[in-house]
Design a protein around this ligand. Structure first.
Ligand SMILES: Nc1nc2c(c(=O)[nH]1)N[C@H]1C(S)=C(S)[C@@H](COP(=O)(O)O)O[C@H]1N2
Ligand SMILES: [Mo]
Length: 339
């Protein structure tokens, strides 16, 4: 039994409001009012409306037992060999810490969604390759993982909410998946999408979010060596709360760019409209590169809480990955690159 108590690194809402809370509050009121109006019109009471809304986000925080599942069909591929090129300036965050402090709004807005992801079914799972490619196609996740060269990389991970971790991801360079997809030369962006299934993910019943979760990169970003498709963590197949069975890790950008539980990649010549940007473009942009000198409209980005240590450290430009990625942005002076 886990007892929920505030931890040192949980920044008070008054200081740094997580992505959800702002909308959480404003849109919550709208959503609650809409549900109240709708259900009242149908003859239900306001109390029913309130409990319906409570149910959307799972009114209680207690553990939900996960149904028994077959062992992961790719388990034999782990642990993969660590790539020594990717080192850290800090200790790896212990798994019990990083796996109990996650953002995955499909399952609710708390950091404790590891208790609620049992309903995520990761097999069968397919990944669709769509849009401007030689041949659009759909591939089974296990065939895809086995076709790719797996390696382990230690990456820093910096959330826009001013906390960070260091995580040993296993996966393959996104550039390998781009090669596999054979995009047409006119494609300039890749759009990546999470599943949409309200039965698996109760958070997707909340009507005021633009589901499914969408993210995107330019082709230059997607083929940069740092852009990593993640299939495992801590030497094992990915745990559900980290975005199983396939998620992105782009460590020079704020965490919200690293989309989880991907089902579709669409190659396109139009810049994708992303989940957070369409919710609130004045706070969350397309580029979202980490920069301590550019504050979020509601809090500073100068420092970050290292989850699990109680330490607050200085944030680095591009989250410390400037040598690898700064060149991608040298001709984009007029763009809002840092939010
Ligand atoms: N589909 C989906 N992807 C997502 C999110 C989400 O809510 N849904 N949250 C993002 C945010 S805000 C962060 S910080 C990271 C969190 O990744 P982690 O839980 O592995 O630390 O996932 C990102 N990817
Ligand atoms: Mo985040």
């Amino acid at each position: 039994m886990l007892i929920k108590r505030p931890r040192r690194w949980e920044i008070p809402e008054s200081e740094a409001t997580p992505e959800a809370v702002f909308f959480g509050r404003r849109r919550f009121l709208k959503g609650a009012a809409a549900i109240a109006a709708a259900t009242t019109a149908l003859g239900a009471t306001q109390a029913d409306a309130a409990s319906l809304f409570g149910n959307l986000f799972g009114g209680d925080d207690s553990a939900k037992p996960a149904a028994p599942e077959a062992p992961d069909p790719t388990a034999d591929l782990y642990p993969a060999k660590r790539n020594p090129a990717f080192t850290l300036d800090r200790a790896v965050t212990p798994e019990p810490v990083s796996s109990t402090y996650n953002n995955f709004y499909e399952f609710g807005t708390s950091k404790g969604i590891y208790r609620d992801v049992g309903s995520l079914r990761t097999r069968p799972w397919t990944v669709e390759i769509a849009g401007m490619v030689e041949t659009p196609r759909t591939v089974g996740i296990d065939d895809l993982i086995r076709a790719m060269p797996l390696e382990e990389r230690l990456y820093r991970h910096r959330c826009v909410e001013a906390w960070s971790m260091a995580v040993p991801w296993t996966g393959f360079p996104l550039s390998k998946l781009v090669e596999y997809a054979k995009p047409l030369s006119g494609a300039t962006y890749v759009r990546m999408e999470t599943f949409l299934d309200t039965a698996m993910a109760p958070g997707q019943k909340a009507p005021f979010y633009p589901w499914p979760y969408v993210e995107g990169l330019t082709m230059a970003e997607a083929t940069n060596d740092l852009a990593f498709m993640v299939t495992g963590v801590y030497g094992k197949p990915l745990l559900k709360q980290f975005g199983a069975p396939l998620r992105l890790a782009v460590p020079w950008k704020y965490g919200f760019k690293s989309v989880k539980s991907i089902v579709r990649l669409t190659f396109t010549d139009k810049r994708p409209e992303t989940f957070w940007e369409s919710l609130q473009s004045s706070e969350y942009g397309f580029w979202a590169n980490v920069n301590p000198a550019v504050p979020h409209p509601r809090w500073s980005q100068a420092t970050e809480e290292v989850i699990g240590t109680g330490e607050r450290v200085a944030t680095q430009i591009y989250n410390g990955y400037g040598p690898e990625v700064a060149g991608l942005y040298k001709d984009l002076g007029s763009e809002r690159l840092f939010m």
